[in-house]
Structure formats: C-alpha cells, structure tokens
Design a protein around this ligand. Structure first.
Ligand code: NAD
Length: 477
C-alpha cells in the first residue's frame, strides 16, 4: 500500500520521523491507506517552503493568480470521477454524493478565479484638494489552514482558493480522516502551474501537526474548520501572538415548522437536513421544532421519510457511514444517556450491522423526542444522523427554542418572520444547509468568529486593506 505523503515545496515526502498511521475505510472498517504521521519538524519544513515561495507568488498580478485558480478548477472538472472516487473511499459516502461535492469545489474555483478580474478596492475623498485615498487588498503572508473531514474536497477548496488568490501561500493540515483528498488537489494544482511551495500539505493528528502550525510566528492567518472546542483552543493560542483567526465551527441548527407549513415538503426537507451526508454537516438540521397544532402529523410524515432512508455507500443509498469508530461510539453514547434520562428514541439509535454494514461505521437515522431544550442531546453537536424533535406552543416559544443553544450557524423556518432567529444564515422554506459557492456562509455565537466563507467575503479573511493616499498634482497642494 503506497504512503499518503506530505507535500512540501512541491515534493511528496514521508514524515521526517518516518512515522505513519493507518486510515480506515468508514464503509468497511478495513485499512484504506498508510499515512505520513507528521510532527513539528514537518510543519517547520512546510512553513519554511511557504515563506520562501510567498514573495514571488504575491508579485504576480491577481489576474494571473486567478488564471491559475481557474486552471485548477478546470482540472477538477477533468478529473471529477477520479477525485470523487478518493473522496468516496475516504468518507464512505456514495460516488454520486462525492461527485456532487467535487462539483462544488470546482464551482468555487471558477467563482474565485473571477474575483481575480475584480478584486475590488475602494476610493475615498480627501479634505485636501488634489488628493484621494485608495483601499487596496494586500496578502497577509502564509496562511495556516486546518480542515475537517466531512466534505473534504469542498473544505480544501473553500480555504485554498481564496487564500492563494489573495497572494498568500499556504500550509494545509489535512484531516487525519481524509488524508489523500488534499494530496490529490495539490497534484492538480501543481499540474495547473501553481509554483512549488505555494500550497503545502501536512498530514497528521491535531495535537502533533495542527498545534505547531497554530503556534508558529510565521503564520499570519489561521483559518480553521472543525469543532468549537478545538476552535476555542486555536483562538487562544493564535490570539496570544495576535494572528488573524477565522473559525468555522459547529452548529446545532434548528428547523422550525410552523402551523402554516406545507408539512409533506417540510418533513422531506427536515429528513434531508438531518440525515444527508450522515448528518456530518455543520449545518445539519439537528433540532426540529414543531408547532403543537401540527406536531403529530409532522412526526408521522417525518417517520415515514426517515424509515425510507437507505443507509449504505452506493448510489442506491441516501447516506453512508460516519467517519470513524470514535465518533460513532460518541453518538451511540449520547443517545443512550438521553434514553436513561427519559427520552424516547422514536427510531434508530443503534449501530447497523449485517450485510452491507459489517465492519463499517453505520448508524441508522435517529429521531429522539421528549427531551428538554437544555438536555445534553438537544445542545451538543453530535455530527451524525441524529435529530431531536421538540414541541412549541406558538411562534414565541419556537423562537426561544431555536435560539436556546450556544450555537448560531444556520436555521430554517417555514414562515415569514425570520428576523429574530440568531444565526449566520437563515433559509425560509428550505433546509438548514445548502449555501452556494458565491454565497457567504458562517456562524454567530459558538459557531464562528464572524468571518464568512466563501463568496466575495472570503477575500476579507485572506487579505488586509492597505490605505494608499494619492496626490494628483503635488505642486497644487
Ligand atoms: P475537530 O475539531 O476534531 O478536527 C478538525 C481539524 O482540527 C482536524 O484536522 C484535526 O486534526 C485538527 N485539530 C484537532 N486538534 C487540534 C489542535 N489542538 N490544534 C490544531 N488542530 C487540531 O473536528 P472534526 O470532528 O474533524 O469535524 C467536525 C466539526 O467540524 C464539527 O463540529 C462541525 O460542525 C465542524 N464543521 C464546521 C464547518 C463550518 O463551516 N462551520 C464545516 C464543516 C465542519
């Protein structure tokens, strides 16, 4: 089995220590690959390469950098099936879902490439005649990018495309659960003409390979997608040295069903929000808040849709396994504790075994009801196909419930009064997820630091404004 390597200064390398770890296939539990297990020495080499490559990369025009971004997107399009195959093997999701995710990464590449032709700044007047001020974007330097495994190729694209367009070079710490996906991306980037050292990939675990990246003085911006607990630590460490930090964190996203909703459609969308991608979406609909008046009917329709979900890793299935055994055990434990606390598990809550599931990390679609808003299962992100059902007397109570967790990522509501939901994104008559490449996405409260990815707003993460005063006619001033 060949080694999934680091990519440093354009070269694929084992870890400096020679250490490795095994990555298991979520669909079967079998060893999928052996991966370079990196530590501070590898991170140091990757940062050194990124520092060396940055001035020349930043010296290209942003139009030229956009051209290379576009070329990478074209190669993602050309190699769509091969890229999706790696994503599918590493996550256990179906080839169809992996291809859809690859399309998302590609579309973002095209969008960000277009930004290279705009890259708008601002002009401001001056009180002094014959002068004006300009705001232009400048790169920050080296970006430290740390990602989660749930949508691996999209996660790489969301960070790398805007970071490099803005003139930064990067060190990307791959998720230990999806190590090969960023390597495939880096190979395409090299083929597209991205100079060596502009994108470096370091494999390994958070404490060993992530932490040194966050601590290094040479990293100007840390952009992190992952859990709120790790995000908090990163903010502390990077904050000490005043590095810019963009955190895209967890969610416990409410989907509110009012009494005037189209219940059939609402149940269908609620099931998609809760279970698609095995619930491994920061924007998963993990709390369903339903008006009393329609609760029983909605519950019945939801149960129908839920029981119709097919769990497995082929295109015949609706969703696949969760990413690893540890996460699965964590989910099952949370459901058990809810049960012991008096909750009703309406359906699911158990590991799936038997044909098509043996060895894999599968859990059936799970609905839990009869839990308080402040119960562990109602407030803690589980990142699996598990949702809680809550009753609300009226709109006021539904809003109170919707806003009652520490998170504030996304929400969906089937009504016209959206203005009071506290979340970074709200969908009316839609799912809790599904933001497009040109549309800003990010959270409030414990879900993030207020920066937005992707959209044009992603450029704000990876660039700084430089104010330039221009005097048109020095002699006249
Ligand atoms: P995680 O926080 O455990 O790991 C995420 C990444 O951080 C991994 O690459 C990991 O190796 C690294 N890491 C862990 N400890 C670290 C440390 N001390 N220093 C530096 N890096 C460290 O999260 P996960 O379980 O892999 O991913 C699921 C989480 O990601 C969920 O909370 C989910 O909501 C969140 N997520 C958020 C978004 C968003 O856009 N808001 C998108 C996808 C996933």
């Amino acid at each position: 089995m060949s080694l999934v390597p680091n990519v440093i200064a354009g070269a694929e390398r084992p870890s400096a220590s020679g250490a490795t770890f095994e990555k298991l296939a979520p669909a079967t539990g079998a060893v999928l690959s052996t991966v370079a297990r990196s530590d501070a020495a590898d991170v140091d080499a990757a940062i050194t390469a990124a520092v060396a490559a940055q001035p020349a990369w930043a010296a290209l025009t942003v139009v030229e950098r956009g051209r290379i971004v576009r070329r990478i997107a074209q190669l993602l399009e050309r190699d769509r099936a091969a890229v999706a195959a790696v994503v599918a093997a590493e996550t256990g999701k179906s080839p169809k879902d992996a291809a859809g995710e690859t399309d998302g990464a590609m579309e973002l590449g095209y969008f960000i490439a277009g930004e290279g032709r705009r890259f708008y700044g601002k002009t401001l007047p001056s009180a002094t005649p014959h002068r004006h001020a300009q705001l232009i974007r400048q790169p920050l330097g080296v970006a430290g990018l740390i990602i989660a495994a749930n949508t691996p190729i999209a996660n790489v694209a969301w960070k790398v495309f805007p970071a490099i367009l803005c003139g930064n070079t990067c060190v990307l710490k791959a998720s230990e659960d999806t190590p090969e996906t960023p390597v495939v991306f880096a190979r395409l980037a090299k083929e597209a003409g991205l100079p060596d050292g502009v994108l470096n990939v370091v494999q390994g675990f958070g404490a060993e390979a992530g932490q040194p990246l966050v601590e290094d003085e040479r990293i100007a911006v840390v952009s992190f997608t992952g859990s709120t607990s790790v995000g908090r630590m990163i903010a502390e460490v990077a904050g000490k040295r005043l590095a810019k930090v963009c955190l895209e964190l967890g969610g416990k996203n409410p989907l509110v069903v009012c009494d005037d909703a189209d219940l059939v459609r609402a149940a269908e969308i609620a099931a998609l929000s809760a279970f698609s991608n095995a619930g491994q979406r920061c924007a998963a609909g993990s709390r369903l808040i339903v008006f009393d008046a329609v609760y029983d009917r909605f519950r019945e329709l939801l149960l129908e849709r839920t029981n119709a979900q097919r769990v497995g890793s082929t295109d015949e299935h609706d969703f696949g396994p969760v990413i690893n055994e540890r996460q699965l055990t964590n989910m099952l434990g949370a459901v058990e504790r809810a049960k012991s606390g008096g909750a009703t598990v309406v359906t699911g809550g158990e590991r799936l075994t038997g044909e098509g599931h043996d060895g894999g990390f599968y859990i059936g679609p799970t609905i839990v009801e009869g839990v308080d808003a402040d119960a562990e299962i109602s407030c803690t992100e589980l990142f699996g196909p598990i949702t809680t059902l809550h009753r609300a007397r009226d709109f006021e109570e539904a809003l109170t419930l919707a806003n009652s967790t520490p998170y504030g990522l996304t929400a969906a509501i089937w009504t016209s009064s959206i203005h009071r939901v506290v979340a970074g994104g709200v969908q009316v008559d839609g799912p809790t997820y599904g933001f497009e490449p040109h549309v800003p996405f990010g959270g409030q409260k414990d879900s993030g630091t207020g920066w937005r990815e992707p959209g044009t707003e992603a450029l704000d993460v990876y660039s700084d404004w430089k104010t330039v005063y221009v005097t048109h006619d020095p002699e006249a001033v």
